[in-house]
Every structure is written in C-alpha cells, then in structure tokens.
Design a protein around this ligand. Structure first.
Ligand code: GLN
Length: 444
C-alpha cells in the first residue's frame, strides 16, 4: 500500500507507469502474507516490483509504449514474470519506455515522456526509463528492464540506480516483445547491488520455451558478493576514455578507480580496437532484426487495426502508418534497406563480420583481466527535448554500452558520483560471458 500511495503521489510528475494494477497487487500481497504465516517463503515473497511494459503479463495490458499495442491484453506471462510470481512477488504495474525499446531517453513513448526524478526537466535515459525512474523515485524497490544496446545500464546511470544486463542467454526472453533478438536481454534495476544479485538469481536459468537461453548453471550470486576485489584485475580500455567524455564523468570515474586500487584491485590498461565501429555495426544489426520482428504487427494478429475496407495491403499500411511512432518507422526502414537484395552484403553481412571482430576484442581482453571498467554514458542526463530532433546524436550517446550486446557479454551500471548540477553519474563494469558473479562482487 505504501508503494501504491507513493506512485499515486508522484507519478503525475514522473510518468513512470503506463498501467498500474493496485487491485492485483493488493491481492498478491495478501496471498504473500498468508504464505508467510504458513511457513518459510522464497526471498521475493511479498516484495513489490514493477515491470517494463515490453514484458507480457497475463490479463494486464502490455503496450510496449506503442499505439499499435495500446489495448493488447496478453493471455500469458513472460517466463521472468512467471518466475517472480512463483516466488510470491507483487507486481505493481507496467512501466513506461521508448516505443518498442527504441531510444535512449524514454521520449519515444505513445504515453508521453518519462521524467528524471532527480530533475524533472531532464530525461531519465532509455529505453527502460520508467524502470529506472520508478526505483529512483522510490515508487518500487526494484524493477525489470530490457537492454538491447544499453537500455538498462544507461537509464540506471542517469537515475542513480544499479542496472544489470545479463549475458546473452542467461535470462529467458520468452514473453519479452522482441526488438533485436540477438541482442535483447532482460535484467534488474535496483537500489543496491545486493538486490540486483537477488533478482538475477530469481529470473536466470535455462527455459525450454526460449531456445537461446543457455543451459548454464545459475550460481548463488549472494554467496560470493562479499568476497571483495583484492587481487582482481580490472581493465581500462583506452578507447573508452576519450576526448568527448564530460570532465565530471571522468573525475567521478577516476575517484572510483582510486577506490578500487585502495581495495586491492589491479588496474590494467587494455585496448578494444574495434570500438569505433560499434555504433555503426549496432544500428545495422539492431534495425535489421527489428524490421523483421516488427513485421508481425500487421493489424491482423495483434492489437490495433485500421481498416477502411480497401483490401489487405491497405489494412497493413494504414495500421502500421498510424500504429507506429516515427522512431520505430525509421528503424523499420533502415533495417529493411540493410536486408534488401543488393545491399545485404554491403551492410548486414559486413556488420555481422564487424560484430565478430568486436566479440574477439573482448575475448582477448578477458584473457588478461577479470572485468572491464568504463563510463556508461558520455554525459549525465540531458534535458528533455535536447536530442529528440537529432537521431544521430541520440544514437551516439550509446557508444559505451552497445558493444556488450554485440559481444553478448554481461554489464553492470552503478552510481559513482554526482555532477555539479546534482545529476547522478554511473560507471560500467563489463564481465566475461556468464561472469555476473564477478561483476556483482566488484559492484558490491
Ligand atoms: N538506445 C539504443 C537504441 O535505441 C538501445 C536501446 C535498447 O537497449 N533497447 O537502440
């Protein structure tokens, strides 16, 4: 009830929620109370959580912040949702985001922009802006987001919370509405690293319903959390500490590095030589996959339909023209172009080859170091509207986060300071595939 009240009091300003479910939440809380009275319960029993609206929820509207799914009520729960409910978690509602998770500011939403709780004239980051803002505004103790190119880590950084993008395959994507299937992962946004470990443990693990989920043992992330960093080798990639980095971000990172050194970690300069190609590579791979994934929204099988009775092609065209926002249309066009005959080799195939080189950069680096420390974003949160008219500048703000998705590795974003204007600054730790335990331990 306290969290529901808090949402009621603050969400007119933050706009983190697209759909609230107070009734269901209170009922789930009652069931949790009864379970607790009856004996030992799972760690998340009775814990209120909120979910990015890209995760389908049985009986609860799931929009992906798009008009095209504006009144879509899924008949089933995503695997992560099912796992949280199985522990007795209480779902408070569905969170605002960039439409179909395309964006870095949570301004591309059919339900209005999310605002940063630290300064409501600023964006919260994106695309999981609602997931970060709701935790920062104490509307929920934790949330789930998704990360295709930085969408958990960057908003976590801009809102001063902890965000974890698991290794590709660590968490089932069943029931996550796909943006770019080879890059998408679900992960927690939390107030502490400990909560992040707890939530990851609850959602991770193989799922027969997602053939890309890995058959890799899920360790007890809490058990190794307090092991410290003495003796760990932390890599600092030369290509990430560049000219364009805001001096305040650099200073906050340097202070964090000094702390790691004091705690006994060894800092090692490394190189990830293909970093400069990551943005171009990502925006080809991601848009190509998006153009294919979003073909299913045709006005026939899901959600909105605009039909003037002029035949099937006209129905498709009218539904998609009116249902999708500008950024989604831009991505579908870019991706369709990159996949089209005659351009496929020059764009899509080339991007796949570059992707392999980027992955190999990390493989070489992880032969030398246990994790890699970088900035999350070049600057703290920017003003609402500042980059909205300039997609290229917006795309460039993902420069430090995209590579982890291309390489399939895990990444953790955690607060490391405040700017002069009082906005949070984050640092990013990148880890080996399935090396989340090491990242969480370093974060702790
Ligand atoms: N900002 C990136 C994009 O717009 C990443 C989005 C994401 O991770 N979902 O594609």
């Amino acid at each position: 009830q306290a969290f529901l009240d808090r949402i009621e009091q603050t969400d007119a300003r933050i706009n983190a929620f697209i759909t609230r479910c107070p009734q269901q939440a209170l009922q789930a809380a009652e069931r949790a109370d009864a379970a607790r009275a009856a004996g030992p319960v799972a760690p998340l029993c009775g814990i209120p959580l909120a979910l990015k609206d890209v995760l389908v929820t049985e009986g609860v509207r799931t929009t992906c912040a798009s008009k095209i799914l504006g009144d879509f009520v899924p008949p089933y729960d995503a695997t992560v949702v099912r796992r949280l409910k199985a522990q007795g978690a209480v779902i408070l509602g569905k969170l605002n985001m960039d439409e179909f998770a395309m964006g870095s500011s949570s301004e591309n939403s059919a339900f209005g922009p999310v605002r940063n709780p630290w300064n409501t004239d600023c964006v919260p980051g994106g695309s999981s802006g609602g997931s970060a803002a709701c935790v920062a505004a104490r509307q929920a103790p934790a949330s789930l987001g998704t990360d295709t190119g930085g969408s958990i880590r960057q908003p976590a950084s801009h809102c001063g919370v902890v965000g974890l993008k698991p290794t590709y395959g660590r968490v089932s994507r069943y029931g996550m509405i796909a943006f770019a299937s080879s890059l998408d992962q679900i992960g927690p946004l939390t107030r502490s690293v400990r909560d992040s470990a707890l939530l990851l443990g609850a959602i991770a693990g193989h799922d027969p319903a997602d053939s890309t989920s890995a058959r890799v043992e899920v360790p007890d992330y809490l058990a190794t959390l307090a092991q410290g960093v003495a003796g760990l080798r932390i890599g600092l990639p030369r290509e990430y500490f560049i000219e364009g980095l805001d001096p305040q971000v650099r200073a906050a990172l340097e202070a964090a590095l000094a702390t790691y050194r004091e705690l006994g970690a060894e800092l090692v300069e490394i190189s990830l030589p293909h970093t400069e190609y990551a943005v171009a590579c990502y925006y080809l791979v991601a848009t190509a996959e998006a153009s294919s994934n979003l073909a299913r929204f045709d006005g026939v099988r899901y959600g909105a339909r605009v039909d003037a009775g002029k035949g099937l092609a006209a129905l498709y065209s009218a539904t998609r023209s009116q249902g999708f926002g500008d950024e989604v249309k831009r991505r579908i066009m870019l991706g369709t172009y990159a996949l089209s005959s005659g351009y496929y080799d020059a764009y899509y195939l080339k991007a796949q080859k570059v992707r392999t080189l980027i992955r190999q950069d990390f493989e070489r680096a992880f032969a030398e170091v246990d994790c890699i420390l970088t900035p999350v974003a070049p600057t703290p949160a920017f003003a609402l509207g500042e980059k909205a008219q300039d997609p290229l500048t917006m795309y460039l703000s993902d420069i430090f986060t995209l590579s982890a998705n291309l390489a399939g590795i895990c990444g953790l974003s955690l607060p490391c300071g405040l700017s002069a204007a009082g906005l949070p600054i984050g640092l990013q730790l990148l880890g080996r595939p399935f090396g989340e335990a090491t990242l969480l331990r370093c974060g702790q």
